[in-house]
Design a protein around this ligand. Structure first.
Ligand SMILES: Nc1ncnc2c1ncn2[C@@H]1O[C@H](COP(=O)(O)OP(=O)(O)OP(=O)(O)O)[C@@H](O)[C@H]1O
Ligand SMILES: [Mg+2]
Length: 231
């Protein structure tokens, strides 16, 4: 089976600041991985680098067997559309579209039939408790509603890999559990990989593995076997 994701010696600088320092990490099997670490430690930067959103990194990333820096922009977008879901820290919805249309977007880009789009979107709107707000635009909903919509959009096409940057940060306990159940169910149903940044120990405790970042370096990985492999 192709390894899901591997990063080798990823480094990233913003001006004088070294944000990632030769980070090497592998995700060989389906699992849910929590990424933790202080503010500014590089968690968002790592997710961007692993998903091909940050092209300024040095080092290499293999995603489902594809080396990302060897793909041109079109092939990278195509690989990402079909295989990668991303929940941004600030939701990042399309402002002109309603929540329902935002969730439908990846399905439509992938050429899904109208009927299947409608069924999948309604299923997600209902699961995420967005029925009342689904026809409003992002500027007309709460931060938590926008965040739930972003989660729905990320899993709409059932991608093999979902990156989620603090997907439950703006949510009350009930909605936190709804979102977490949806993300975990989705990866387990399709044997996928979830990599999610979280500051919430209760959220992290439901994951299979936890990685901690400090100042751009992985300083902890509960997958002890793999830490030993790297030594
Ligand atoms: N576009 C950018 N330009 C310059 N510096 C940046 C940029 N993005 C991030 N940084 C810097 O890189 C470092 C890591 O940022 P990153 O967003 O990865 O941290 P984080 O661990 O996700 O933090 P938080 O928990 O606050 O979201 C920070 O010091 C930040 O100021
Ligand atoms: Mg961040």
């Amino acid at each position: 089976m192709t390894e899901i994701l591997r990063a080798n010696e990823l480094s990233l600088r913003y001006g004088q600041q070294q944000v990632l320092r030769e980070v090497s990490v592998t995700f060989p099997r389906p699992e849910a991985v929590a990424v933790t670490g202080p503010s500014g430690s590089g968690k968002t930067s790592l997710l961007y680098a692993l998903s091909g959103l940050e092209r300024g990194v040095t080092g290499s990333v293999w995603l489902l067997g594809h080396r990302l820096d060897e793909l041109d922009a079109d092939r990278l977008s195509d690989l990402r559309l079909h295989n990668v879901g991303f929940v941004f820290q600030s939701a990042d919805l399309v402002p002109e579209l309603t929540l329902r249309q935002n969730i439908a977007l990846p399905l439509q880009l992938a050429g899904t039939s109208r009927r299947s789009v409608r069924e999948r979107v309604e299923e997600l709107v209902e699961t995420l408790g967005l029925t009342q707000s689904a026809d409003r635009r992002p500027s007309q909903v709460s931060g938590g509603q926008a965040q739930r919509c972003a989660v729905g959009r990320s899993v709409a096409l059932r991608p093999a890999i979902v990156f989620a940057d603090e997907p439950t940060g703006a949510l009350d306990q009930h909605n936190r559990d709804v979102v977490l159940d949806l993300l975990l169910d989705q990866v387990r149903q399709i044997d996928g990989l979830l990599v999610a940044v979280t500051h919430d120990p209760e959220v992290a405790s439901r994951f299979d593995r936890s990685i901690s970042l400090t100042d751009g370096v992985i300083t902890g990985d509960t997958d002890g076997v793999r830490l030993a492999d790297r030594a």
